[in-house]
Design a protein around this ligand. Structure first.
Ligand code: ADP
Ligand code: MG
Length: 456
């Protein structure tokens, strides 16, 4: 909840609100808002009037109820609408809307163990498809056979925005549904590191340890944040072992394979002993199915043709895919128009993949790079390691990762190499681009040449 950074106290309240209204609705209406809270006044800053009206009519009573439940306070809500709106700005005085009176605080059902789960992410609203089927099935198996050696640990990896976090929460939510007393904890690698550091400072590492070791299921997201941070990694290793030895379930996610993580060898081999599942990029059909599901959950009138258009233009990241849908819906709602392909095209121009981008293939990259650096086409796939050949080859691999839609293993195949060689090539060239402006300019020229070749 990055719009609540200044108010950590409010995070659980808004988490609750998100759980009640659902993630999609929250993303659509409340995520773009800014909140500030003073005394008993919550100020909601919004991009335009349309937003304010919707929140007031549909969600304000849920917000005030959540505050009452968590803080025991009856709050007033003030709307602060951005000035760019042509409609008369709402003056704050008349805009203080008294919260709906609630006679007595409702009984609070306390969760016996703070799992930090977001109940909006479930198996039911995760679209299963060939690109995620293995990870999905493995996640389900974990729930049914908690702690079973065969599925322990489960490591899910993918590039960003493809559903890792969703699956981790879905596992936790399902476990709690089956057994409400289970001790499940969801945590990101970043949180683990910062809580560990905090525990060290407060000399409370013993209770830090106890907390983890009493779990039935530990869900840790984005473990790449732990890798390489020596002390936290050691602590994580002990936690991991303690849970593993007592047959408790561990589920981890990462933005790369365990082999690619810079981990201690013992930890790395433990991770490799369980199930490792990659979530791949979704196909067009899957992307359309996801958009249809989102349409249903926000209940907005938008045609299949427009959904297909968005799905074709956003191929690599589901977060961006749904973000684009929300952007379009918000825009059309605000202007009172029906979404069309033309509006989508204009509004999402900065993010949609254009046809020229799509047509770039590895062959034209090789051609242009070969010409520029004076090496032959066959040298790209040969085993020759002379620097004068290896360097342009690495540049071509880097460009393939930047300019094509191919996965790392697919690019590897185009160069007769495995994907780790591509990762290495990408990283060294990227580093040089960042460090050397002359080289960056040269690469830019090469990219322009490649695009020009592809337009022919
Ligand atoms: P990651 O953790 O891999 O970066 P997330 O789990 O945060 O990705 O997913 C990004 C967004 O896409 C989330 O809103 C999630 O609900 C949605 N999403 C991802 N995969 C699916 C899917 N298969 N079905 C429905 N929604 C999905
Ligand atoms: Mg994530």
């Amino acid at each position: 909840m990055d719009n609540l950074q200044a108010y950590p106290l409010l995070v659980p309240i808004f988490q609750d609100i998100e759980n009640i209204i659902g993630k999609d609705t929250y993303d659509m209406w409340l995520r773009p808002a800014r909140f500030s809270y003073e005394g008993t006044v919550l100020t909601i800053s919004l991009p335009n009037q349309f937003w304010g009206k919707t929140i007031r009519e549909r969600y304000q009573h849920i917000i005030t109820d959540a505050f009452l439940k968590h803080l025991g306070a009856e709050i007033s809500v003030v709307y602060d609408v951005a000035a760019q709106e042509p409609a008369p700005a709402v003056s704050s005085a008349q805009d203080v809307i008294p919260a709906r009176p609630v006679p007595a605080a409702p009984a609070i059902k306390k969760n016996p163990f703070p799992s930090r789960l977001n109940s909006s992410y479930t198996f039911a609203n995760f679209i299963e498809s060939p690109s995620n089927r293995f990870a999905y099935k493995a996640a389900e198996a974990v729930v049914h056979k908690l702690g079973n050696r065969e599925n322990n640990p489960l490591v899910i990896y993918s590039s960003p925005g493809l559903g890792k976090t969703h699956l981790l929460h879905a596992i936790g939510n399902q476990i709690l549904k089956d057994n409400p007393n289970a001790k499940v904890l969801y945590m990101s690698g970043e949180e683990f590191v910062s809580e560990y550091i905090e525990a060290l400072q407060n000399k409370s590492s013993e209770s830090f340890r106890k907390k983890y070791r009493s779990l039935d299921c530990f869900l840790m997201d984005d473990i790449q944040f732990v890798a390489g941070k020596a002390a936290s990694e050691v602590e994580f290793f002990y936690t991991f072992n303690a849970l593993f030895e007592s047959r408790k379930q561990i589920v981890l996610s990462s933005d790369r394979t365990p082999q690619q993580l810079d981990l201690d060898e013992r930890l790395s081999s433990r991770l490799l002993s369980g199930i490792i599942a990659e979530v791949k990029r979704p196909s067009l059909e899957t992307r359309i199915a996801i958009l249809r599901q989102k349409r249903e959950s926000i209940n907005f009138d938008i045609g299949d043709d427009v959904l297909s258009f968005i799905a074709e233009g956003i191929q690599t990241n589901i977060r961006e895919l749904e973000g684009s849908l929300f952007r379009l819906v918000a825009y059309c709602g605000m202007h009172g128009v029906t979404p069309t392909i033309a509006i989508a095209k204009e509004l999402l121009a900065d993010i949609l993949v254009s046809e020229t981008d799509l047509s770039i293939n590895v062959n034209s990259i090789k051609k242009v790079v070969g010409k520029h650096f004076n090496i032959k086409m066959e040298d790209f796939n040969s085993k020759r390691k002379t620097q004068s050949i290896a360097w342009p080859r690495q540049i071509a691999m880097f460009l393939a990762t930047e300019l094509t839609d191919l996965s790392l293993p697919e690019i590897g195949r185009e160069f007769n190499r495995d994907h780790s060689t591509v990762v290495h090539a990408r990283d060294v060239v990227k580093e040089k681009v960042a460090a050397d402006p002359f080289f960056a300019a040269e690469i830019n020229q090469v990219i322009l040449d490649i695009k020009a070749v592809d337009k022919k």
